[in-house]
Design a protein around this ligand. Structure first.
Ligand code: ADP
Ligand code: MG
Length: 683
C-alpha cells in the first residue's frame, strides 16, 4: 500500500541537502511533494519556424545543425560558444556561455530541437542558452514543462526531477479522495490522472481538467469544513440567553434620528441571536457610513441592561476614542458606564480601569489590542464586538472571546464582499447586511482624471481650503521606490506640497511605518483642523470621522482595488458639505478606464465589489491571509468564481441531506473535512 505520509527523503534524488530545501517549501512528506503544484507552465511542445520568431519570447525550434561550434575565449576563462542552425525558413545563431561540455555535442546535418529566449537585432536572429533534445527525444523539449513556485536554492530542473520520481512511486496507487457520485456529476478528473496532468500535462486541455479537479476539491473541503464548524458550534455549545424583557426599542426611541429599515432588520437578527441560548457568531457587513456603530451601541445596551459586560475592539486608538464618545453620548443617560482602555495609558489610570472592570463597575469597555492583554479581566463578559474585522485575525478574536464564557460575538466590517465570497471567507459566521445608507446623504461626486489635471486638482483643493474645508491625498507608496518610476510617494508628495505648492497651509504626512503615537497625534491635529491637507498611504482607510474634510484625492488610482477606492472615498461625505473624490490615474488600458468609470457611476459598495471581482482588480480586494483562513493551495478566488458557485450549490445540498457527513457515500468527504480541521486548529 502506498504511504503518502512517508518522509520525502526516501524519494529518489532527494539528498540530505535537498531535504532541508524541500522543508523550506513546506514539503515534508511524499504527499506534500506531489501536491506541490506548479505555478506556471512553459509550452515547449509546439515548434515555430525561424521566420516566425518574435524578439523577447521563449520558443521552440526544430532545426538542422549548420555549423561547427565556434569558440571565443575572454579574460578570466570566460568562453562563448556559437553555432548556426537552420530550417527551411531561415538561420538562427545559438549562443552559450561557459558551457564547454557542449563543444562536441552537435553534428552538422543532424536534427535537434532547441528551446530558449529569442533575440532579434538588426535582422539577426539569435537564441541564448537554449536547452535541447536530439531528434526523437523529449527530455527538455517537446512537452509542456511545469514551473514551480519559489524554490530557494533548488533549481527548477532538480525539483522537477524529484517530483517526477515522487510521481513514479505514487501514480496508479493514489486513493480517490472525492466520492464517486461527485466526480461523475461534476465531471471531475480521477485523482491519479489529475495528479499526473497537473504536473506534466499532455496538453492544456488535460491541464485544465486536472486543475479543475483540484480547485473543486480544495474549495469544497474548505466550504464544508466551515459549515460543519458552524453547525458544531451551533449545536454543541451553550451560550447566554439574554432577557427578552429588555427592549432595544428603549434606546432606539431615544436617538435623534430614525434608524433605516436595514438597521432595524439587522438589529432584529441580533436580538434574536442574543435571546437564544446559542452563542451568536455574526458578521455585520455594511458600507462605510451605513451606521454600523449605532447597531453595536444598541446591542451593548441590551447586554448591559441584562447585567453583562461588553467589549468593543477597534483597530486604532483614534477609532476607539471616536467610539467611546458615541457610546457615552448615547448610553450615559441610561446609567450605563463606558470606559476606554488604550495601550499607552498611565499605569495608575490603567490599574483603576482594570479594577473596576473586574468588579463589574464598568458595563462597556472600548479599546484597541490593549483589551487582549492577559490581566484584562472581565466580571462577566457577555458580548464581544470587533470593528473592521480584517484588521484582527481569527486568533485575536478567539483570545478576547476567551475572556468570557461563550459570549455572543458580533464582527463588523465595512468591506462589502459579494455573497459567494462571503460564504467561503466567513462560512463559520451568520451574516447580516446593512444595504441602505441613512437618508439625506449628499452623493459624493467622483472625478477620474489623468495626470495632466494635477495643477487643476491642486487649485481645487486650495479653493476648498479657503472656504474652510480640508483634504485627504492618498498615495500608494510610503517612500520613493525604484520599482515604480511614475509613482510619487507619500513623503515626497507631502514635501512638495508643503514647500512648493501650499507653503501657506499646514500639510502633514501619515503612513503605516510611523509610530502609533505619531500617527494618532497627526490624526488628532487633522480632526481639530490644525492640518488642512493630509497626505498619506492607505492607513486612513479605517473609519475615521472628520466631517469637515470634503476632498479625497487618490494618486495613481489605477494601482488600487476598486473596493479599496470605495473605502477611501467613504472618508469624505461625512458632514454637511458637498464632497468630492478625485481619482488621478495613469495608463489608458481598457480595464483602467472601465474601473474608473465604475467608480464614477456607482456609490454602492456591493456593486463596486462585484465589479472588482469581475474585472479581477489587482488582488487588492482582500488577502485571504488576513482573514485567518488557510491559504489556498491552488484555488484563486478571483479566477475560480464559477467553480466556487458549483461547490456552494453542492455544499448546500450536502448540508441539507447529510450535515454530519455520516452517509456511506460521504465518508470520503468526512475524511477531507477532518484533515482540514486539524489544519485549522493549528492556526
Ligand atoms: P459606519 O457604518 O461606517 O461605522 P457610522 O456608524 O460611523 O457608520 O455612521 C456614520 C454616521 O451616520 C454617524 O455619524 C451616525 O451617527 C450616523 N447615523 C447612523 N445611522 C443613522 C440613521 N439611521 N440616520 C441618520 N444618521 C445616522
Ligand atoms: Mg465604523
Amino acid at each position: 500500500m502506498l504511504d503518502l505520509k512517508q518522509d520525502v527523503q526516501y524519494v529518489k534524488g532527494v539528498g540530505p541537502n535537498n531535504v532541508v530545501l524541500l522543508q523550506k517549501l513546506g514539503i515534508n512528506t511524499l504527499e506534500d511533494l506531489i501536491t506541490f503544484f506548479p505555478r506556471n507552465y512553459e509550452d515547449r511542445s509546439k515548434p515555430k519556424k525561424i521566420n516566425e520568431l518574435v524578439d523577447g519570447e521563449e520558443a521552440l525550434i526544430d532545426v538542422i545543425c549548420a555549423s561547427n561550434m565556434n569558440e571565443t575565449r575572454f579574460a578570466r576563462n570566460k568562453v562563448m560558444l556559437k553555432m548556426l542552425v537552420r530550417d527551411d525558413t531561415g538561420d538562427c545563431v545559438l549562443t552559450w556561455f561557459n558551457q564547454t561540455y557542449l563543444k562536441n555535442k552537435f553534428k552538422v546535418g543532424e536534427r535537434y530541437q532547441f528551446y530558449g529566449k529569442v533575440n532579434i537585432k538588426y535582422g539577426r536572429i539569435e537564441m541564448t542558452r537554449p536547452v535541447f533534445d536530439k531528434e526523437g527525444l523529449s527530455k527538455n523539449t517537446g512537452k509542456i514543462i511545469p514551473i514551480y513556485p519559489l524554490t530557494f536554492n533548488l533549481s527548477q530542473n532538480k525539483l522537477r526531477n524529484i517530483i517526477e520520481n515522487g510521481l513514479k512511486v505514487a501514480l496508479g496507487k493514489l486513493e480517490e479522495t472525492i466520492p464517486e457520485y461527485i466526480l461523475k456529476e461534476y465531471n471531475l478528473e480521477e485523482i491519479n490522472k489529475a495528479t499526473k496532468q497537473i504536473h506534466f500535462p499532455d496538453d492544456f486541455t488535460e491541464y485544465s481538467k486536472a486543475r479543475r479537479r483540484f480547485v473543486f476539491e480544495e474549495l469544497l473541503t474548505v466550504q464544508l469544513a466551515l459549515s460543519s464548524l458552524k453547525s458544531r458550534y451551533d449545536k454543541e455549545v451553550d451560550g447566554i440567553e439574554f432577557d427578552k424583557n429588555v427592549k432595544m426599542s428603549d434606546v432606539i426611541n431615544s436617538l435623534p434620528f430614525k434608524l433605516t429599515k436595514a438597521q432595524l432588520r439587522v438589529l432584529e437578527e441580533i436580538d434574536r441571536d442574543m435571546e437564544s441560548n446559542k452563542p451568536m457568531n455574526r458578521l455585520l457587513q455594511g458600507d462605510v457610513g451605513s451606521g454600523k456603530t449605532i447597531v453595536s451601541i444598541i446591542s451593548s445596551y441590551k447586554a448591559a441592561k441584562c447585567g453583562y459586560q461588553t467589549a468593543i475592539m477597534a483597530p486604532t486608538a483614534i477609532l476607539a476614542e471616536q467610539h467611546i464618545n458615541n457610546f457615552t453620548k448615547t448610553l450615559e443617560k441610561f446609567g450605563i458606564r463606558c470606559e476606554l482602555l488604550l495601550g499607552g495609558m498611565r499605569a495608575k489610570k490603567r490599574a483603576e480601569v482594570l479594577e473596576k472592570l473586574k468588579n463589574g463597575e464598568i458595563d462597556i469597555l472600548v479599546g484597541t489590542h490593549a483589551l487582549l492583554v492577559e490581566d484584562v479581566e472581565f466580571k462577566n463578559l457577555g458580548l464581544v464586538v470587533t470593528d473592521e474585522q480584517h484588521r484582527f485575525g481569527v486568533r485575536q478574536r478567539a483570545s478576547i472571546v476567551g475572556k468570557g464564557a461563550n459570549p455572543d460575538v458580533l464582527v463588523m466590517t465595512a468591506t462589502p464582499i459579494p455573497r459567494t465570497l462571503a460564504l467561503i471567507l466567513y462560512g463559520d459566521l451568520d451574516i447580516s447586511i446593512i444595504d441602505e445608507l441613512p437618508p439625506n446623504r449628499k452623493k459624493i461626486e467622483t472625478y477620474p482624471v489623468t495626470k495632466n489635471y494635477e495643477r487643476r486638482v491642486e487649485e481645487f483643493i486650495r479653493a476648498n481650503v479657503q472656504k474652510g474645508r480640508q483634504a485627504y491625498v492618498v498615495c500608494p507608496l510610503v517612500e520613493e521606490s525604484e520599482e515604480y518610476e511614475n509613482c510619487k510617494s507619500a513623503t515626497e508628495l507631502a514635501e512638495e506640497y508643503q514647500n512648493k505648492i501650499f507653503p501657506e497651509l499646514n500639510v502633514a504626512c501619515l503612513h503605516g511605518k510611523m509610530k502609533q503615537k505619531d500617527k494618532d497625534e497627526i490624526m488628532e491635529k487633522f480632526k481639530d483642523g490644525e492640518i488642512q491637507i493630509l497626505v498619506s498611504t492607505t492607513v486612513i482607510e479605517v473609519g475615521v470621522d472628520v466631517p469637515n474634510a470634503n476632498i479625497m484625492v487618490v494618486q495613481n488610482a489605477e494601482r488600487f482595488g476598486l473596493a479599496q477606492l470605495h473605502q477611501l472615498r467613504g472618508r469624505v461625505g461625512r458632514g454637511e458639505y458637498q464632497s468630492y473624490c478625485i481619482l488621478i490615474y495613469e495608463g489608458n488600458s481598457k480595464t483602467t478606464r472601465e474601473r474608473m468609470k465604475t467608480m464614477k457611476e456607482t456609490d454602492n459598495g456591493f456593486i463596486v465589489a462585484e465589479k472588482d471581482l469581475e474585472l479581477r482588480g489587482s488582488g487588492e480586494f482582500f488577502g485571504t491571509r488576513q482573514h485567518g483562513l488557510p491559504e489556498f493551495k491552488i484555488a484563486n478566488l478571483f479566477e475560480d468564481v464559477a467553480i466556487l458557485k458549483e461547490v456552494q450549490d453542492l455544499a448546500q445540498k450536502i448540508e441539507e441531506e447529510d450535515p454530519r457527513l455520516e452517509k456511506v457515500e460521504n465518508r470520503k468527504l468526512h475524511k477531507l473535512v477532518e484533515e482540514k480541521f486539524e489544519d485549522r486548529i493549528s492556526i
